[in-house]
Design a protein around this ligand. Sequence first.
Ligand SMILES: [Zn+2]
Length: 211
Amino acid sequence: MKIKEYYINPTIILNEETHEYLNTVTNSIIDLKSVTNLVQNIYPFDASNIPPAALEFGIEKGICVHNRLSDYIINNNIGYCDHSANGYPIRTHSSEFNWIKRHLDKIDTLEVYSEVSLSNGKYNGTFDLLYKDLDDKWHLVDFKTTSRLNEDKECLQLKFYEQLLQDNFEDIQKIDYFEIYNSKNEIHYKFKESRLNSSEILKEEILTKYL
Ligand SMILES: [Zn+2]
């Protein structure tokens, strides 16, 4: 199957509230680990040093920015943020959305896919953005809204998504660029071959050990 066909009629959807993946054909929950679960085996998320209110604030911002970006990519709708703190709008929600939006506006694409949920029978995952550029090269992108940078973790995560894409779609056998847009730090970068190779090895080890 080509991703274009799947995108119109996806058979896997993510329930964002319960974090459960649902197979829409059989109407059943897919009881497999997610990419996030797999990555956390190696890079656990330690929230103990983060005040609960700050953690909650960060999660809310992440959801807001991601949802607006998805709506923008799919519907070209810039949307709005109705979150507020102490009666004032939370400016970072919109400024971070706008920072990534400005970068996306500069890209010319042949195909664009936002937030697609996939399973390969071993694990599930949902990537942020995949697009094909004018040179027929595939770019797999993740949006980050936190200052806590871990490039090894980010790269590993993208390699798991690449595997899901390869296992599902005949037209995606190779991802050409693995990229991060970090709106909190206002940086965009692509992973180099050496890091991608390390992540590939680590990915295989995790699949052997944890599945
Ligand atoms: Zn918001």
